[in-house]
Design a protein around this ligand. Structure first.
Ligand code: F0G
Length: 351
């Protein structure tokens, strides 16, 4: 018997699928909840990282995509479409390939990280680059799905968020309770909505007694929820969350308010500092958008908005290998050296 069966089978009572549907899975979920000793020391809290880069396509999107593609296959339609800043398209194209469906992805031209593009290419997606941002792509994808026989697999498809609830359940299953505070990067705002739904569902069913405060962090140049109005031209190094008009705006605001949480903006500089810190001090390589949750943790712990002694989970949403260019550009002080094979020890100053 193979091991972990993927989230639909692991949480079968909580993730309904159509009767008789064939489950399309790549073994997503069951990702590490890693203690973060350095961050714990700096903040005076007990900090864990929910490492979502460990999913099959390298991001949390797989949790929703297994459910969306399972439904799409059962529906009898042969094609799926999505708009994406990169990770949704990587996930959709992989799960569609697995299911034998065709996939089309709409991405903002020049604004998706190299690894994500490589994934869509190799999985055989039809890739359409749009001269516009994610919000424009989503509008086009919605229109196409409304007019043609193709399933929209963005998080506006509600079954995606049902799958994404599983991350909150896994955290509670490991800790035996919900954390005090949950930090997330926020782009289109589906994930914070799904986590809150997952936590409140577990609490309502008596699996846990508490729910966390939801802390949502956006990049400063792309922070509509912090500003309280859409951003026409979002900009940030964290291309995954370069979203000006989040589709799940209202439920995200509800999650923040009902949980006693907050939205806050962090600069690209702070995002990159957290990105490097995670790699160097915790040994965890994430993509820049993912470091937004940790940049936010550091900011709100330093100014007292996170009480010392709290249990905090930061979701790091995507793998660092998604965006090799930013890793190399952002770290010029670590230059690979050309070395004479006889001079390794002296180059390392060992001799
Ligand atoms: N982190 C990463 C790595 C992401 O790819 C995304 C969203 C988020 C955080 C934010 O999650 O949108 O639910 O608030 N990426 C989408 C995409 C927009 O197209 O892959 P959210």
């Amino acid at each position: 018997k193979a091991g972990w069966p993927g989230i639909i089978k692991a949480y079968s009572s909580r993730i309904p699928i159509p009767a008789g549907a064939e489950v399309v899975t790549l073994g997503e979920g069951n990702t590490p909840l890693m203690p973060a000793p350095h961050l714990s020391e700096v903040t005076g809290c007990t900090v864990y990282l929910k490492v979502e880069g460990a999913n099959p396509t390298g991001s949390f999107k797989d949790r929703g995509m297994t459910v969306a593609i399972t439904h799409a296959l059962a529906s009898g339609l042969r094609a799926v479409i999505c708009a994406s800043t990169g990770n949704t398209s990587a996930s959709a194209s992989a799960y569609a390939a697995r299911a034998g469906l065709t996939s089309a992805v709409l991405v903002p031209q020049g604004k998706i990280a190299l690894g994500k593009m490589a994934q869509a290419v190799l999985h055989g997606a039809r890739i359409l680059q749009v001269d516009g941002n994610f919000d424009d792509c989503l509008e086009l994808a919605r229109k196409t799905a409304a007019d043609y026989p193709v399933t929209l697999v963005n998080s506006v498809n509600p079954v995606r968020l049902v799958g994404q609830k599983s991350a909150a359940w896994e955290i509670c299953d490991v800790l035996g309770e919900a954390p005090d505070i949950h930090c997330l990067p926020v782009g289109n705002a589906g994930n914070i909505t799904a986590y809150w739904a997952g936590y409140t569902e577990y609490a309502a069913d008596g699996v846990v007694e508490n729910t966390p405060r939801m802390f949502g962090f956006q990049a400063a140049g792309s922070a509509p929820l912090v500003k309280g109005e859409p951003v026409a031209e979002p900009e940030t190094i964290a291309t995954a969350i370069r979203v000006g008009s989040p589709a799940s705006w209202d439920p995200a605001v509800k999650a923040k308010n009902a949980s006693g949480g907050l939205f806050e903006a962090v600069t690209d500089e702070k995002i990159l500092a957290a990105y490097r810190l995670l790699a160097r001090k915790e040994g965890v390589f994430v993509e820049p958008a993912s470091a937004t949750s940790v940049a936010g943790l550091l900011l709100t712990a330093a100014d007292g908005r996170i009480p010392r002694g709290s249990t905090v989970v930061c979701t790091v949403t995507g793998h660092g290998l998604k965006d090799p260019a930013t890793a190399l550009e952002g770290n010029v002080e670590v230059e690979p050296l050309a070395v004479d094979p006889r001079a390794v020890a002296s180059a390392l100053e060992l001799s």
